[in-house]
Design a protein around this ligand. Structure first.
Ligand code: FAD
Length: 411
């Protein structure tokens, strides 16, 4: 039986470990935290996942929370004007619903399932020296440790990483008591509120430890008025700041947030990181090779809510490559081909996400504006969150955007 070590129990590592286990591989999963520590720890993400990524979980019968999590049927965009009024406000319809399940709930539950099914779970924060040893004991070592210190084994790919600094300061608060959007009280949506030059506020429903909740997520341009969460340790203070900024920049979202309270004392998160693509193969001091997975090798800014989606897609692609490879050696050529298969999807995510971090060019403003009057444009933009490759056909180049708008408006 082939022996595989998976280091890091997040979206990609657990999905891969459970998928390999179901296919008869002998899998060891190494996590720096126990399931209880994850469950009782700090929130990690907003983790909104769209149809294709959710389907990968369904394919492995890992959609344990699907019936409890709110169905997110739309994705809306609002743009703030100079007086904090809304100059654009529309909602597109998703072809398949999205869902967000608090990673504390999901990762703890998946980890317990892995152990119950006979998987070997090792609670240990792996260091490079450990991996040196393990690379000799296993047929394959997969490093799915997110943006932690192990990324230092994988060199930065400068040609695919245009930024060397964080592009947004992140601040998340999980709350109970948010009112529905008055424009569509009958269905849930991710609401993207763009404040030009300042940042973005994302509001979305989730399933957390205490049931249905909503997430208020500010992404602030570094050094700007939203970049004020550094050093804020008190969760109550974090929520007050979040609400003050909503009242100032997005009063229409604040109007439904006046009665909110935090879901729990660990329901806030702040931080920042530079979006980075890395060389997928890590070479250990003793000569062994390890393959990087998901955020380890492609970490995009969460402004487009893609990281967990990409982690699910990466895990699905790697699982297929491992199964297809049978008993052959997992050598460097195979590792690079396996990453390239994932990069074929991930490159679209990286291109689109990096574009959304910049100042939007005029043709993009036209598209976003036109979506208010042309429902097919709103729907197409919303469904791009499920399949970012679609942006290639109408989003980046002014000529393609104009041709698309002309075709939709019948001009
Ligand atoms: C504020 C914020 C909002 C986000 N919102 C969204 C969203 O709405 N939609 C979306 O798709 N994505 C979102 N993301 C991104 C998404 O959460 C991540 O991209 C995704 O979780 C990455 O999965 P992963 O498996 O690569 O790593 P992770 O989920 O980070 O898992 C890595 C695991 O490895 C463990 N680990 C680290 N080092 C070691 C070690 N040395 N030894 C053992 N274990 C180790 C960690 O504790 C962790 O459990 C968001 C991210 C942030 C920060």
């Amino acid at each position: 039986m082939r022996k595989i070590l998976v280091v890091g129990a997040g979206q990609s590592g657990l999905q891969l470990a459970l998928g390999l286990q179901a296919n008869g591989y002998e899998v060891t999963l190494m996590s720096n935290r126990t399931a209880d520590e994850i469950r009782s720890g700090r929130v990690m993400s907003t983790q909104c996942m769209f149809h294709t990524a959710l389907q990968h979980e369904r394919d492995l019968q890992l959609n344990f929370w699907e019936s409890q999590a709110p169905d997110i049927e739309g994705l809306g965009v609002s743009v703030a004007g100079p007086e904090s009024q809304r100059v654009i406000d529309w909602v597109g319809s998703l072809d398949g619903y999205a869902q967000s399940v608090d990673q504390r709930l999901k990762m703890a539950g998946w980890m317990e399932t892995f152990a119950q099914r006979g998987g070997q779970l090792v609670i240990h924060g792996a260091a490079v020296s450990d991996l040196d040893y393990f690379s000799r004991a296993y047929d394959l070592v997969l490093v799915s440790a997110g943006k932690g210190e192990l990324v230092s084994m994988f060199g930065r790919d400068a040609s695919r990483s245009p930024f060397s600094e964080p592009q947004r300061a992140l601040a998340v608060a999980y709350v109970h008591g948010l009112g529905p959007r008055p424009e569509h009280p009958e269905f849930d949506a991710v609401r993207c509120n763009l404040v030009p030059g300042v940042g973005e506020l994302f509001v979305m429903p989730t399933l957390t430890l205490s049931g249905r909740a909503d997430i208020l997520f500010w992404e602030g341009v570094p050094g700007g008025p939203l970049d004020v969460f550094n050093g804020v340790k008190d969760p109550g203070e974090h929520l007050s700041l979040t609400l003050e900024l909503m009242e100032r920049f997005t009063p229409w979202e604040y109007a439904r947030a006046t009665k909110v309270e935090l879901t729990d004392a660990n329901g806030t998160l702040s931080g920042r990181y530079a979006p980075t693509v890395r060389n997928p193969v890590g070479r250990l001091p003793g000569g062994g090779l390890v393959l990087g997975v998901a955020d380890v090798v492609v970490a995009n800014d969460p402004v487009t809510g893609q990281g967990a989606n990409s982690a699910a897609k990466c895990a699905a692609a790697y699982l297929a490559s491992i199964l297809e490879h049978g008993d052959k050696e997992f050598d460097e050529v195979w590792m690079r081909q396996t990453f390239d298969r994932y990069w074929d999807t991930a490159r679209h995510v990286t291109k689109w996400t990096n574009a959304m971090l910049g100042v939007p060019p005029e043709h993009v403003l036209n598209l976003i504006g036109a979506a208010g009057a042309l429902q097919p444009v709103a729907d197409r933009f919303a469904n791009g969150f499920n399949n970012p490759a679609d942006f290639e056909d109408y989003f980046y180049e002014p000529e393609k955007a104009e041709a698309y708008l002309a075709s939709v408006s019948g001009a």
